[in-house]
Design a protein around this ligand. Structure first.
Ligand SMILES: CC(C)(COP(=O)(O)OP(=O)(O)OC[C@H]1O[C@@H](n2cnc3c(N)ncnc32)[C@H](O)[C@@H]1OP(=O)(O)O)[C@@H](O)C(=O)NCCC(=O)NCCS
Length: 146
């Protein structure tokens, strides 16, 4: 069955909320709707979904950022998840390849992502698609006291 990649639409919010639960980010349709509206207003962002037989089964997003170190923008992939009932059928690969093609078209010199240590399956997936592990990620929550 062929995979179709298209821009996310407001009515996809409910399915995307379910997919984000599978990714480990429980949320509501309303919250996803609001996030989608903010992303849609940003020219630096693109949110796509994958369809199998007219059913949304995956999502991924791309963010382009400029820097003072490089002439070209860098592209960050995030929120990549395929419905657990449809994994291993090339949907994830189609999502990544579509966003990689867009990053190339928009002049990016690099495409990258961050992934949790525990996601060993995803690491194998990214390696197969030509991504190399190149560094460490340091993060600090800004929600609590400084
Ligand atoms: C990671 C994920 C997006 C991959 O999507 P998918 O549609 O299952 O992947 P594909 O079918 O396109 O796989 C392409 C290739 O990646 C590799 N791959 C995919 N899943 C794999 C796994 N669980 N273990 C090892 N290799 C895997 C395979 O080599 C596969 O090629 P093959 O089928 O010819 O062997 C999906 O498994 C998923 O949603 N996982 C849970 C959420 C997650 O971890 N997201 C990433 C957050 S950083």
């Amino acid at each position: 069955m062929a995979v179709t990649i298209r821009n996310a639409r407001p009515r996809d919010a409910g399915v995307l909320a379910q997919l984000l639960v599978q990714l480990g980010y429980p949320t509501s349709t309303e919250a996803v709707s609001a996030r989608m509206a903010r992303l849609a207003a940003s020219t630096a962002d693109r949110l796509v979904v994958a369809e199998l037989d007219n059913e949304v089964v995956g999502v991924a997003s791309l963010h382009l950022s400029l820097s003072v170190e490089h002439d070209e923008p860098a592209a960050k992939l995030s929120a990549i998840v395929v419905d657990e009932r449809h994994r291993g059928r090339g949907v994830g690969e189609a999502l990544v390849k579509a966003l990689e093609a867009e990053a190339r078209e928009r002049g990016c010199a690099l495409i990258f992502l961050t992934t949790a240590e525990r996601r060993k399956d995803a690491h194998a997936f990214y390696r197969r698609l030509g991504f190399q592990e190149t560094g460490r990620r340091f993060a600090k929550s800004l929600r609590g006291p400084s």
